[in-house]
Design a binder for this molecule. Sequence first.
Ligand code: BEZ
Length: 258
Amino acid sequence: MNNISTSNNWDSALYEDKHAFVWQYGEDLLKLLNPKPGESILDIGCGTGQLTEKIAQAGAEVMGIDHAAAMIEKARQNYPHIRFDVADATKFQVDMPLDAVFSNAVLHWVKEADSAIASIHQSLKSGGRFVAEFGGKGNVEAIVTALYSALASIGIPQAQIENPWYYPSIGEYTSLLEQQGFDVIYAILFPRSTPLAEGEAGMANWIKMFASTFLAGLSPEQQIQIIPVVEEYLKPTLYQQGTWAADYRRLRVVAIKL
Ligand code: BEZ
């Protein structure tokens, strides 16, 4: 997707063109899902459908949902043989209980984690699996700190800024899963420094695509001024030889419905 909670207005062309790394890294997660022919699987936050299609290629009956209508429109164009629907991760319903629910790089946009877990739980068969990866504790911490510092430097306090993300620790997220009737059989939090496309413009593009709520209260002039300040803060740690990297930390879980 991969934005499920903050906006329905994603630029699906920009997303496909410049952020292909989102589903390229997700291929690793597919191995953990290990979809089998005939299984019924839901892909939550399917974006423009690339990983959904890989699940279909394994012979599974897959369906993709995303909160962003533009993503679903593009996914349908890309893969007309797959069912894609606009739906909310915190309150979707399925016709028949599923063998698996899959989600890559999405659930950090879903602050109502409890509601999403409840929806996922009710959608699975007993013994069905939930396989997910998203930003975990400490994800993009350097970028967030630089945004707060740059905004403070022009008089905007942290309290006025909307941080759109939920980055739980392993303990926090697995406890939520257990409380709602999952047996968590795998959980890992690991750093994955992620190179951004477009050379020098990489960080500015990432911020405009994903962190726009941090800039929402600014005038157009302030928005233009602030990004170079953020870049200045980040350059020593996240810019090397003409390429920016985002300081991602991924939380991966596999949980079985009891
Ligand atoms: C992530 O995949 O961790 C991520 C993507 C966009 C914004 C924030 C985090």
